[in-house]
Design a protein around this ligand. Structure first.
Ligand SMILES: Nc1nc2c(ncn2[C@@H]2O[C@H](COP(=O)(O)OP(=O)(O)OP(=O)(O)O)[C@@H](O)[C@H]2O)c(=O)[nH]1
Ligand SMILES: [Mg+2]
Length: 312
């Protein structure tokens, strides 16, 4: 294990891949690995990119990576797909587009997909980001597909969140409803080479103006023509250097608190599940509920009492 952690810290790609797999599997090494790596994190800029399917997130990530590489910065890209099981089509598509960087040792690309458990995925993604941070990448970009709560959860660990929209989507309002409004620092209206981008910007501004959103910006970009990409990278830089550090500090602490609460809930759930399955009284209680001698809520209270000693 010591060698795996030190391999990661040296930036060895094989070690990084093994470490992320260990975290995905939550195997017996993953816990010690995280405790060795965590003190060495906190250096990378974590950029979250999310938005509805097909808006051009991967294409933008690809272009952003080019900008950073031209400035000599190293980039790790984590593509997280909460909606599809392992190796869905979208991820395959991402892989193909990312071939632009396949021969560049300054770019590391990894995808993670749901194994049917969203909470588990965002937990694994958070720790995978930490591995990449500890490995020394200057920028860690996390791409998630979609506009749901799972994406919000995954991407909210980022220092900066970019929500990617496009013309003729009509989904701005939906994205806002799904909670992206609060977490977006930059709205990138991609495919602005197509007609209709101004309308999206107009709609966004009217939504932004009705909120306390002084720090949020909306930009027109095109991953296809390269329009606005430099400006997007500059906005990211500004954000990193900007005086919003206090706000970001607060956000980080809130995210950490949320993460710990979720982890505790997940661990308790798994522990309860395992213990109940091996508890002969559990079967009896289920039977009683089946016979209507006990109602489900009272049965639940009874079981919780058996499992948890609140006095501790
Ligand atoms: N016209 C135009 N097409 C673009 C632009 N950016 C991406 N596309 C195209 O849009 C399609 C989707 O691009 P992706 O980068 O895969 O989008 P995505 O948001 O990562 O997609 P998912 O990960 O599946 O949600 C592809 O066919 C791209 O070639 C752009 O700026 N202009
Ligand atoms: Mg994509």
């Amino acid at each position: 294990l010591k060698t795996l952690a030190s391999g990661v810290l040296k930036g060895d790609r094989v070690s990084i891949s093994k470490a992320i797999s260990s975290i995905e599997d939550r195997d017996e090494n993953s816990r010690d690995l995280m405790s060795e790596l965590y003190p060495r994190t906190g250096r990378a800029l974590i950029v979250g990119i999310t938005g509805p399917p097909g808006t051009g997130k991967s294409s933008l990530v690809n272009e952003l990576a080019k900008v950073y590489r031209s400035k000599g910065k190293t980039v790790a890209i984590l593509a997280v797909d909460p909606s599809s099981p392992i190796s869905g089509g979208a991820i395959l598509g991402d892989r193909v587009r990312m071939l632009d960087h396949s021969l560049d040792s300054g770019v590391y690309i990894r995808s993670m997909a749901s194994r049917g458990d969203e909470g588990g995925l965002s937990r694994a993604a958070r720790n995978a980001i930490r591995v990449l941070d500890a490995a020394g990448y200057d920028i860690v970009i996390v791409e998630t597909v979609g506009i749901g709560q799972a994406e919000v959860e995954i991407v909210s660990v980022a220092d900066l969140v970019i929500v990617v929209l496009m013309p003729e989507l009509g989904d701005e309002v939906q994205a806002v409803k799904a909670g992206l409004m609060e977490i977006a620092d930059i709205f990138a209206v991609n495919k602005s080479d197509l007609p209709g981008a101004d309308k999206v910007i107009y709609n966004l501004h009217s939504i932004l103006n009705s909120h306390d959103s002084s720090s949020q910006v909306a930009l027109k970009v095109s991953a296809k023509t390269g329009m606005g990409i430099e400006e997007l990278a500059n906005k990211i830089d500004e954000f990193q250097k900007g005086e919003k550090t206090e706000l970001r500090g607060k956000r980080k602490m809130k995210n950490l608190a949320d993460e710990l609460v979720r982890n505790v809930a997940l661990n308790l759930f798994e522990n309860a599940e395992a213990r109940l399955k091996n508890d002969p009284q559990f079967k009896e209680i289920v039977a009683k509920v089946g016979e209507r001698k006990l109602d489900p809520e009272s049965a639940t209270d009874l079981l919780v009492e058996r499992l948890v000693d609140y006095s501790k």
